[in-house]
Ligand binder design. Structure first.
Ligand SMILES: [Zn+2]
Length: 569
């Protein structure tokens, strides 16, 4: 199977792009890593070409094992299996459909397993299963991340049920890396189908795909024949899957090294002293120091459209943000964003509600009101943080969870409840900052933290004042009165111990001086993350249980004895 066809006497010099049929000068096309300069079509790379592209020069070191591939069944189709194998070996110069090596990407050590579609369609048989498992074993023993570049039509039919078993074998191998906290990344290239798609390709922590790469269990032709319908052109493409929450990122070939390097860096805990110092946090922990404010005015300030959003803070208060997408269940909520980032040098996972500054942005982000896919994306990223030992920072800014029929049908209540339980038991530090509006369960589902801070004009309450007014006053116009009764201002929250500290806002609010606000956010977060990072997983869980277990008791309200109050100054 060739993606690019050649023509007549010019065969050696020209190739035709399969995406746009433009004739391309072969040398230039090869220099561009087989990406069409006209239409961006990504043609297939061989495994050696892929390793050459991704791995730092001089660091590639093939793993010292070879696959045992046998004709156990004595399989014959049009030609005997041993002859097919011999042909594939002669044609590719490879032993099997995957090449495994140790190497570095931008200086970060990694074990890479790169599949080669030329070798019997990248099919998954005993040999490939064994090589993937051994690559995983090497990553486990040496405690370095595993990157698998996939290209496969599915299980190798010539090896029968033994080929099928390789799905279980490789999945178990990746499971061991999960238990050991070793980062796994898959790079999906075109095509990735069947047994490979339904095992190691999609079990990786982070799934990166090349533009246009197709990924699926059953192929388009099989589905079309079964349902007697023509599927959309984009069906099963990387872009199609990104929208549905199955792929974290679609990355053009020329950006892959940079992006993979950032992801690999996220799993590296910096050595002491490698992180930047921050001036003391200006957080206020004494409610008496905060001015009394009109509750309804406070709600209006918290909702101001000029306030920095989660993505604004990610670009100003953090560095190296690498957004990760999708809940892996069918959705990618635009109202929740998250990914790996650095906080003054410290690797962290940041997750937050995302609103916007304009009507168009707000619409696109569903006004910061997530459906279950948003909470499930957050849960997936928190589990990844737990696996990799990354502190979690959540930024809360939502009127509430999305009140819609489809959200209910997909289990909104379950998604929120599961986040509350997940966060309670997470083995890494969690710090939450309410950057605007903290509405109800939709806010709490990202806020079961060891420490909770709020910006001075932020609010956090059990229901929106409008909702409360409608239910209890049966008059939406009573919202200002409801706001006063609900008591969700920063000052009230600090008095009740709901928040541990208040980050003062610049004159005119966070929107008036976003940069200064971001500096204050970072300065407030750093000492908390550092202090909590020194604790054991058990202590962190106990701390969180104690924090949330104490609410409503006289002890919490009157004496403020919880040590976490003292931690903030
Ligand atoms: Zn093209």
């Amino acid at each position: 199977m060739t993606l690019l066809t050649t023509r007549g006497a010019e065969e050696a010099q020209w190739v035709l792009c399969q995406g746009c049929t433009t004739p391309l000068y072969r040398k230039r096309w090869a220099r561009g890593r087989k990406v069409c300069p006209e239409c961006g079509y990504h043609a297939r790379l061989t495994a050696p070409e892929r390793l050459d592209q991704l791995v730092d020069p001089g660091t590639l070191e093939p793993l010292p094992f070879s696959a045992v591939t046998e004709d156990i069944l004595g399989f014959v189709d049009t030609i005997p299996y041993p002859r097919r194998l011999a042909d594939a070996r002669a044609r590719t110069g490879l032993d099997e459909a995957v090449v495994c090596a140790r190497g570095a990407i931008d200086g970060h050590p990694v074990v890479v397993a790169a599949m080669d579609f030329r070798f019997l369609g990248g099919s998954l048989g005993v040999g490939v299963g064994q090589l993937i498992a051994m690559a995983a074993e090497t990553a486990l023993v040496e405690r370095i991340p595993l990157l698998i570049v996939t290209a496969s039509g599915g299980a190798r039919m010539q090896e029968g049920t033994l080929a099928l078993m390789q799905m279980a074998r490789t999945s178990a191998a990746l499971g061991q890396l999960d238990d050991a906290g070793i980062l796994t990344i898959s790079l999906i290239t075109d095509p990735t189908y069947g047994g490979v798609a339904a095992s190691f390709a999609t079990l990786a922590d982070v799934i990166v795909a090349e533009p246009g790469a197709r990924l699926g269990f059953a192929g388009r032709r099989v589905i079309e024949q079964t349902i007697h319908q023509v599927l959309p052109q984009r069906f099963q493409t990387a872009e199609f899957l990104l929208e549905r929450g199955f792929v974290d990122r679609v990355v053009p070939r020329d950006r892959l090294r940079t992006e993979l390097s950032r992801l690999l860096a996220a799993a590296v805990v910096p050595s002491p002293g490698a992180t930047g110092d921050e001036p003391p946090a200006p957080t206020v922990s004494d409610p008496g120091l905060l001015p009394e404010s009109d509750p309804w005015e406070q709600v209006r300030l918290a909702r101001k459209l000029d306030r920095p959003t989660t993505l604004d803070y990610l670009s100003m208060a953090f560095t190296d943000f690498q957004e990760l997408h999708g809940d892996r269940l069918g959705g990618d909520s635009p109202a929740v964003v998250g990914g790996t980032a650095r906080l003054a040098g410290r690797p962290v996972m940041v997750i937050g509600h995302q609103k916007g500054h304009t009507a168009a942005e707000l619409n696109q982000r569903n006004f910061g009101m997530p459906g279950p896919d948003g909470y499930r994306k957050a849960a997936r990223l928190m589990r990844l943080a737990d696996k990799l030992g990354l502190p979690v920072v959540t930024l809360v800014d939502t009127p509430g969870a999305y009140p819609g029929a489809d959200a209910e049908e997909r289990g909104q209540a379950v998604a929120i409840a599961e986040n509350l339980r997940l966060m309670a038991g997470l083995r890494v530090p969690i710090v939450t900052v309410i950057i605007g509006e903290g509405g109800s369960g939709g806010a709490l589902a990202l806020a079961v933290a060891n420490r909770v801070l709020i910006f001075g004009n932020g609010v956090y309450s059990v229901i929106s004042p409008e909702g409360c007014a409608a239910i209890l006053w049966q008059d939406p116009a009573a919202a200002p009165r409801a706001a006063a009764a609900l008591g969700g201002s920063a000052r009230d929250l600090l008095r009740l111990g709901i928040v541990d500290g208040v980050i003062p806002e610049p004159d005119g609010g966070t929107g008036a001086d976003p940069l200064r606000s971001a500096d204050r956010l970072r300065a407030a977060l750093v000492p908390l993350v550092d202090e909590l990072s020194g604790r054991t997983p058990q202590a962190l869980v106990a701390d969180r249980r104690e924090r949330f277990g104490a609410f409503g008791t006289a002890l919490t309200v009157e004496s403020g004895l919880r040590p976490l109050r003292e931690g903030v100054s």
